[in-house]
Design a protein around this ligand. Structure first.
Ligand SMILES: Cc1cc2nc3c(=O)[nH]c(=O)nc-3n(C[C@H](O)[C@H](O)[C@H](O)COP(=O)(O)OP(=O)(O)OC[C@H]3O[C@@H](n4cnc5c(N)ncnc54)[C@H](O)[C@@H]3O)c2cc1C
Length: 302
């Protein structure tokens, strides 16, 4: 047995139309695996976890590598847009900097040239870096299947490790993000075992914005990665920030609530107690940074 076995044999199909993909999925079902960058799929095939007969490359389908921004409709990112494309795109950096930061935090520059946003979400790993950002930015997965197109919110999309709301025969074509609230600020904080492209032990995405309907005058959305079977929104922490006057004590209470929402398990990469403590630390750090930014925007607009 080879120490590092090679890829098993398979038929490679470069799909050129969405209906061709549907036809292949319909005809060959579980024997088909879709591929974009292949940075998850090919590793799993090499490890022997999956052995598809057909690998269908969908990244050349029309629109799959496009990024479109419109000040009314928001951002549409083709499923096969790479992390480097996303991190470097002017509209993404200006209006969705949180998403750009999350994309930039993935692995190494070389890997980010292949790894795609859609692949990161479809893989449904609890530690996918773009998942918490997609949650707080209210992203929607655009799916295409035998019944046509449909959209699924990010909160409904992730069902468990490796499991999504995609039905058999469907595939992801794009991710849509609405225009973020005016003057919002976002941060993605990631803790890995090394700064050089490691999977996250904890990922925290925060979006804050002023909102006259909240009694504090502000709302925050907080997404947590790597600390539960699926990426989560820290709803209790969000409620604290919407209802209590914002000050250091409120930020600290919200960070504690975020910690209480996290449900990590002990594994080879980190202990649960440590991960919980790091959720609190990173949430507090992120909230302070976003809060400082929101205050400075407010004083500029006075
Ligand atoms: C060395 C290394 C370091 C990594 N570091 C990180 C990291 O720091 N952070 C992080 O989040 N991830 C990391 N990853 C994981 C991986 O790179 C990312 O999840 C990446 O974004 C996956 O994208 P891809 O295009 O390569 O997906 P692929 O491997 O092409 O596909 C991923 C999964 O989605 C399915 N799929 C592909 N296209 C579609 C579609 N259109 N519709 C439905 N299903 C589809 C595939 O069948 C497969 O199951 C790392 C991986 C490696 C090998």
């Amino acid at each position: 047995m080879l120490a590092r076995p090679g890829l098993p044999s398979f038929d490679y199909v470069r799909a050129s139309t969405p209906d061709e993909v549907l036809h292949l999925l319909d005809e060959h079902g579980a024997e088909v695996r879709l591929m974009m960058g292949g940075t998850d799929l090919l590793v799993r095939m090499r490890q022997g976890d999956v052995r598809p007969r057909f690998v269908v490359d969908v990244k050349h389908l029309p629109g799959m590598r496009d990024i479109r921004f419109d000040e009314v409709r928001g951002l549409t990112v083709g499923a096969a847009v790479t992390m480097n494309q996303l991190a470097g795109h002017a509209d993404v950096r200006e209006h969705y900097s949180l998403l750009a930061d999350a994309a930039r935090s993935v692995a190494s520059y070389q890997l980010r040239n292949r790894a795609t946003l859609g692949g990161n979400l479809c893989n449904a790993s609890p530690c996918a870096d773009t998942a918490p950002a997609t949650l707080v930015l209210d992203g929607r997965a655009c799916l295409y299947g035998p019944g046509g197109e449909r959209e699924v919110t990010a909160t409904e999309f992730f069902l468990g490790p490796g499991k999504t709301a995609m039905q058999p025969g469907e595939f992801l074509t794009a991710i849509r993000y609405p225009v973020p609230p005016f003057d919002s600020a976002g941060r993605y904080l990631k803790l890995g075992r090394s700064k050089l492209g490691d999977l996250s032990l904890v990922g925290v995405a925060i979006l804050g914005f002023s909102d006259g309907t909240a009694s504090s005058g502000y709302r925050f959305r907080i997404g947590l990665g790597s600390v539960a079977p699926v990426p989560l929104l820290a709803r209790e922490a969000e409620a604290v920030l919407a209802t209590s006057a914002l000050c250091e004590e409120t930020l600290a209470l919200a960070a504690r609530k975020a910690m209480e929402t996290a449900m990590p398990i002990d594994d080879v990469r980190a202990g649960a107690v440590y991960q919980k403590a790091m959720v609190r630390t990173l949430t507090l750090r992120g909230l302070r940074e976003v809060w400082v930014w929101l205050q400075s925007t407010q004083s500029r607009s006075r």
